[in-house]
Design a protein around this ligand. Structure first.
Ligand code: 7RM
Length: 390
């Protein structure tokens, strides 16, 4: 039983089975990482995240693989900790998360370039959509353009990887998880529960048939299991994610479908707005949430981390520039009503932003944040609360 991070509500204890979970982690590990005898595989995930369970322990050990176990952070004692470990242990497959890639890409590339990473054969990413900039940095500086980047999409509920390139088989495409693994059939559904056929389309990502690693229930609440995964699109497993299928049938995961805010009747996805803010040279990272607004229904509240802290750059000007960028790239409707500069965002150990907390702060409701003790940085909540823009 593994509890999901609860980024949207009450944690769910996902129940996996012995045989199904083991078959599925063994199969996906071997194929997605192209593991061969004598390879040295390293996944940097937290062991308490499903990624640690499936791809530090079960998948590798079921294959008799050598798996590196690491406890620490990417930037301590210096921002080359990962590259030092890869060089020292002659790592052949390296699996990490976009949040780590982004934090290391902020540093000078000398940190990575000074290490011998020539043993690497395959490099992978998991946990959130990997933006174009991070994908290229990973591919250029870590993989030296010689290692396939496997952008692996899956969930606690799926037990193992569902959509991913197969190294040396599937041509990769930046920001795309590409194709389902053999045995998996994704479908895109529209909001009227119709299957969307053809290519160059977007929709709600569902899976047509069960697979060995699917979680069998939510511990103690089978009804909730049925409602969460099998009710919105009857007969199919609903992932909660949105996806785009391109002209050749490749999938790109666009994020959770409930991360959509309706402003004056327009459905705005938070991910494209965040991507455009992040293009501003002074911005390191951002998160957008909605809050109730008398006229527009909802308005947008942005939490933005700047690259240089303590610098006296004109914050009011920055706000204007950020909204200018959004206006040009998405449209004036997506401009932010409030922008708060923060030194960090509340994140789970797997690097996911806890939007539930940001939503409450934006609404000015400080009554019940739920359990925040599992956050990577619980102290940030107090700071954000204190500097909230009214
Ligand atoms: C493995 C894991 C699941 C959610 C999932 C997505 C997001 C995970 C990717 C991704 C885009 C990816 N389990 N997600 N991998 N989005 N591209 N390669 O993360 O249960 O903790 O989270 O994570 O939204 O539904 S999880």
């Amino acid at each position: 039983i593994l509890y999901t991070s609860g980024s949207t509500g009450k944690p769910k204890g996902m129940l996996h089975t012995c045989a199904g979970y083991m078959v599925y982690t063994a199969y996906t590990f071997k194929n997605v990482f192209n593991y061969k005898e004598n390879d040295i595989y390293w996944c940097t995930a937290d062991i308490g995240w499903i990624t640690g369970h499936s791809y530090i322990l079960y998948g590798p050990l079921l294959n008799g693989a050598t798996t590196v176990i690491f406890e620490g952070i990417p930037t301590y004692p210096e921002p080359d900790r990962f590259w030092e470990v890869i060089e020292k242990h002659k790592v052949t497959q390296f699996y990490t998360a976009p949040t780590a890639i982004r934090s290391l890409a902020k540093e000078s590339s000398e940190w990575v370039d000074k290490h011998d990473l020539s043993t690497l054969k395959v490099i992978g990413s998991v946990g959130e959509p990997i933006n174009e900039e991070a994908w290229h940095w990973f591919n250029d500086h870590v993989g030296k353009k010689k290692c396939p980047v496997v952008d692996t999409w899956w969930q606690t509920e799926t037990g193992g990887i569902m959509i991913s390139p197969l190294p040396f088989v599937t041509p990769t495409k930046p920001t795309y998880a590409t194709l389902p693994l053999p045995g998996i059939q994704p479908v895109l559904m529209d909001d009227k529960r119709n299957e969307i056929m053809g290519n160059q389309v977007t929709g709600n990502l569902c899976i047509r048939f069960p697979w060995p690693g699917i979680a069998r229930t939510i511990w103690g609440d089978h009804q909730r299991y049925k409602e969460t995964y099998f009710t919105a699109f009857p007969g199919k497993y609903f992932t909660g994610d949105g996806a785009l299928r391109d002209e050749v049938g490749y999938y790109r995961i666009t994020g959770r479908v409930d991360d959509v805010i309706i402003v004056s009747g327009h459905n705005l996805g938070t991910a494209p707005i965040e991507d455009s803010i992040n293009e501003h040279p002074a911005v390191a990272e951002s998160a957008i949430v909605g809050y109730p607004h008398d006229i527009k229904g909802n308005a947008l509240y942005g939490f933005v981390i700047l690259k240089e802290t303590g610098e006296s750059r004109q914050k009011e000007n920055l706000k204007k520039e950020i909204n200018q960028l959004i206006s040009e790239q998405i449209g004036p409707i997506a401009k932010l009503d409030k922008i708060q500069f923060v030194s960090g965002l509340p994140k789970t150990r797997s690097g996911k932003i806890m939007r539930r907390i940001l939503r409450k702060i934006a609404e000015g409701d400080f009554s019940n944040f739920g359990d925040i003790t599992t956050l990577l940085n619980p102290e940030i909540v107090e700071e954000i609360k204190n500097e909230r823009i009214d």
